[in-house]
Ligand binder design. Sequence first.
Ligand code: 1PR
Length: 548
Amino acid sequence: TGTLPIVTLLDYGAGNVRSVRNAIRKLGYTVQEVVEPADILRAEKLIFPGVGSFGAAMESLQNRGFLEPLRQYLAADRPYLGICLGLQTLFEGSEESPGVAGLGLIKGHIERFRAPGLAVPQIGWNGIAMRQPSSLFADYREEKLYFVHTYRATASQENRAWILAETAYGGDFISAVQRGKVVACQFHPEKSGRAGLNILRNFLQEPQARPRPVSVATPAPGVSLGASGFPPSRTRLAKRIIACLDVRSNDQGDLVVTKGDQYDVRESGGEVRNLGKPVELAARYFREGADEVTFLNITAFRDFPLEDQPMLEVLERASEEVFVPLTIGGGIREFTDANGRFYSALDVAARYFRAGADKISIGSDAVAVVEDYLRRGRRKDGKSSIEQIAYVYGNQAVVISIDPRRVYVKSPDEVPHRVIPTAFPGPNGEEYCWYQCTVKGGREGRDLDAATLAAACEELGAGEILLNCIDKDGTNSGFDLELIKMVKEAVGIPVIASSGAGRSEHFSEVFTATNAEAALAAGIFHRREVEISAVKEHLQRHGIEVRL
Ligand code: 1PR
C-alpha cells in the first residue's frame, strides 16, 4: 500500500477483532498483529480493541509481556486508539475485576451502569457531546455511534483534561478520551457505519485532519455543570431497527434467505421459499440503514454448523461489507461429530466469532440449559454454553433467541407457569395464556415459559433477549405486545421484539406500548413492503429516538 502506514492490532487472544480488521482493510490499510512484545514499540499506529472482561484483558497483557511496552508506547505519546475495553484499561481499575490494576494513565475507576429502570448492558446507537476539539472528529456530523458495554468511566476533577466526549445513559459517562496522540473511545467505530469509519480513517491519517471546533452552549440559568465542567450531554440512545435473515439450504443445496409463516418456510408446492442471497441482502440492509443485521441458521439444530462451511463463508463475506453489528444464531451447542470428535458450544461460537460475528444467539440449547439449571435449584456450575461463552466474549455477545407459542388456559392456576390475562381470548373464550418455549425451530414444545427462560438466561450471563413469537411470525399483524411486556418485566437486559411487523405503525406501537430496546423484522424488508428508512422516519415523527 505504498506510503500508507501499517496498522498494528493489539489482539490479546480473546477473540473477535475481525470487525476492526475488516474496517481497517476497508479503508485501504494493511493490518499487522502484535506477535511479540517488541512489535508494540515498532508500531506506527496501534489499535487496542479490547474484548472480554477488564481482568482478563489486563492479565493477558501481563502474561504475554505486552504491559511494559504498552506503557512505554503510551508514555511516549505515540498514536494509540483504544476501543471499548481499550478505553477502560487506561484507567486505574474496574468494578468488573476488583483488585486488578489498570494501566493507570487516567485517574478514576470504571463502574457498572446503575440507574433505576436502565437496561444493562447499554446496547445500541447513542450520541456524543464533544468536550475538546479533535482532528479525529473533523468530519463528524453528530451521527449516533454504536455502544455495547456494562461498565463505564465518569468525569472527575482529576480526569477532566482527558475528556474528549461524554454521552448520557442514566447520567453522563465518558465516551471518548484524548491527550496528544493517545485516543480511546467507548463506542465501536468499526461498527458505527460511515461515521465510525470516518473516525477510524482520521486516526489512521493524522495529522492531516483538522480539529473540529467544539461549540459549548452557555448553560441556561439553573443548569448545573457536570464534573467534566460542561452542561449535561443529553444524548439519547436510539431504538434499534434490526433486519433478520433466516438462512437455510433449499432443496437444490443453495444457501438462501427464506421466510416462514408461523415458522413454516415451504410454499404450498413444498419448495423452500427463496427471498434472496444472504450476503447481498445483508449488504443492502446495511446501506439502507439497518442498525444491526441478524442471521439465523434455521436448520442448524439438525446439522452440525461447523460442517456447514457455506454459512461460515456467508458470515465472513458479510462482515467485510457490513459495518454495523452482526449477530448469528443456529446450532450453538455441544456436538460430537462422526469421527467422535467433541466440540463444546464455546468451540462452535468461537468459530462464528472468528468468521465475523459480533454476537451469537442461542435458541434450542438455552432451553436445555435452563431446564437443567432449574432442576439443580438454580445452581450455576459454569459449564453451560451461556456461561462459557459469556465468560470469554462478554455478556453482551450472548443473545438468547426465544421461540414461544401462545397456550390458552381458563384460569391462572391451571399450569405452573407465568400466566397473563389476555385481551385476545382463545378459541374457547379462554381469557388467560402462557407462552411455551419451543426448540428445533418450533417443532417441539417444552414445559417452560418464556419469561422464566429469559430471567434464568440473564442469571446465567446472557446479555440480550431476541423475543420471537411463533403465532405472530410472518403474519404482518403487529408484534405480540402482551408477550413483550411480560418478558421485559422479567429481565434487566435489553429485549429485541420480533415477529409480526407489517407496517411502520407496528414499530411505533411496540416502542410506545412496551419498553423494548429494539425491533426486528424480516418479511416486510425482504419483500420491500416498507423501507427501513421509512420506518425510522415514521418513528422520528412520533418522537421516538432513532438513528437516521
Ligand atoms: O435453536 O440455537 O439452533 O437456533 C435456531 C434459530 O433459528 C433460532 O433463533 C430460531 O428462532 C430460528 N428458527 C428456527 N426455525 C425457524 C423458522 O422460521 N422455521 N426462525 C426459525 C425464526 C423468527 C425470526 C423472524 C421473525 C420476524 N424465525 O427469525 O425473522 O419472526 O419475522 P417477520 O418480520 O417476517 O414476522 P438454535
